[in-house]
Write a protein that binds this ligand. Structure first.
Ligand code: DI6
Ligand code: FE
Length: 407
């Protein structure tokens, strides 16, 4: 009888454990995995038994880096259609407003997503998921928000769930019915908010179709008061909240989501010091989305120094979406977080592991390499964690370990 299913030896382990120094490195580390859980963690030299008798499979990492599986905690990965034509139009001088007036923007994706069958939506979304998985992403959050009615939002959420069931990845789903006002509610945004609160959220909650509720609180999205109504409904139905907050202007969104003890405030470029303090008090994570910042040529940086000073956990995510973040590369986003936001590689790796888990409320299960946590791990063809942020166009994944669903 073997003690473990898998034993990894001679790995340069970045545990990312809370309280540990920087990456929480263990040089020449070893990990024993049983039933998808980390059952033992130490140094290779600390193994006294004959190695071959300990596990069914022994992997000699030969000094390569081992990290927790990466977590992409904010994506709009499920959608139909393509907006490269808008990208091209914008580069030829057509404004966002003109594109939107001509039926483009979010609403063009809504049209395509509503028209797509479940299977078409699944097929179009799968390559984006696979691209992220190839880079070592083992947990992903996927939002709805291009359906904007119960039926189509549910279709998106069920596609997201099926993507998780059929591929070896943990999926957390988020209802983002308050992403935009659908065309049939034009000039009647309050009526649409009522529909979300009294029909969509209750049904989604009863069906268990989403783990969380999100909204786009912005002058071009939903107001502070409308967002509050949505959060009240979410609270009544027992669902945690998060928010697209203060991306283009300061509507006090980050403070609002903190008021509801929200999991995260996302984007947060324009958040005030008052909001930062409210987030610190509530334990709300700041999810930074440097790829959207880069595509929009935004110049207002998120209040990073204030987050550091007040110990607001920072997470990093792709925002994978067809408009403002056409990317399914978390590694590229990590590089952008360093260069655009001057975050350090330690902050960035923490932001796609431990703090991303915190932003999804699953920090007890994943996000760091610690005894008892799920064995979602990535072995890389490099030795230093900074290599993951540093070199572009090089996928260094050597092997991905994912705990099975029920482990
Ligand atoms: N903020 C954004 O930047 C995206 N959604 C959001 O709430 C835009 C999504 C899109 O253009 O399709
Ligand atoms: Fe987003």
């Amino acid at each position: 009888m073997f003690k473990w299913d898998t034993l990894i030896i001679n790995a340069n382990i970045a545990t990312m454990a809370e309280g540990a120094h920087a990456y929480g490195m263990i040089d020449k580390g070893a990990i024993g995995i049983l039933n998808g859980r980390i059952e033992w963690l130490g140094t290779t030299a600390g193994i006294t038994n004959s190695i071959d008798t300990l596990a069914k499979e022994v992997i000699d990492a030969q000094g390569c880096l081992l990290t927790p599986g990466l977590i992409d905690c904010h994506t709009h990965l499920v959608f139909a259609g393509n907006r490269s034509d808008e990208f091209e139009q914008r580069l030829n001088g057509v404004s966002y407003q003109e594109i939107a007036q001509n039926g483009g923007g979010i609403l063009s994706t809504v049209k395509a997503t509503r028209a797509a069958s479940f299977d078409e939506l699944y097929a179009q979304s799968l390559p984006r998921l696979q691209a992220l998985m190839c880079e070592g992403v083992t947990t992903i959050e996927i939002k709805s928000g291009y359906g904007l009615n119960l039926e189509a939002e549910l279709k998106m959420l069920n596609v997201a769930k099926k993507l998780g069931e059929e591929n070896n990845i943990r999926v957390k789903t988020t209802l983002l019915a308050a992403h935009a006002v659908p065309p049939e509610y034009r000039h009647k945004a309050d009526d649409y908010v009522d529909l979300i609160c009294t029909e969509i959220i209750p049904k989604i909650s009863v069906l268990g179709a989403a783990d969380c509720i999100d909204a786009f609180c912005e002058s071009i999205g939903f107001s502070h008061a409308q967002t509050k109504k949505i959060f009240d409904s979410a609270s009544r139905w027992g669902l945690p909240v998060k928010l697209h907050a203060d991306q283009l202007s300061d509507l006090g969104g980050a403070a609002l989501v903190a008021e509801y003890s929200g999991l995260s405030a996302d984007h947060v470029e324009y958040s005030s010091l008052k909001s930062v303090k409210a987030m610190a008090k509530a334990g709300t994570v700041a999810v930074l989305l440097p790829y959207a910042f880069y595509i929009l040529k935004e110049t207002k940086l998120p209040p990073i120094e204030a987050f550091r000073k007040h110990h607001v956990p920072i997470a990093i995510s792709t925002d994978c979406n067809p408009g403002t973040a056409p990317s399914s590369s978390l590694l590229t986003t990590m590089n952008k977080a360093c260069v655009e936001f001057s975050l350090t590689p330690v902050e960035v790796l923490t932001g796609v592991t431990r703090n991303a888990a915190l932003a999804l409320g699953i920090e007890d299960e994943v996000g760091s390499i610690e005894f008892g946590k799920k064995a979602d791990l990535v072995l890389w063809h490099c030795k230093q964690p900074a290599d993951l942020c540093y070199w572009q166009g090089m996928n260094r994944v050597k092997r991905i370990f994912t705990a099975r669903k029920n482990d």
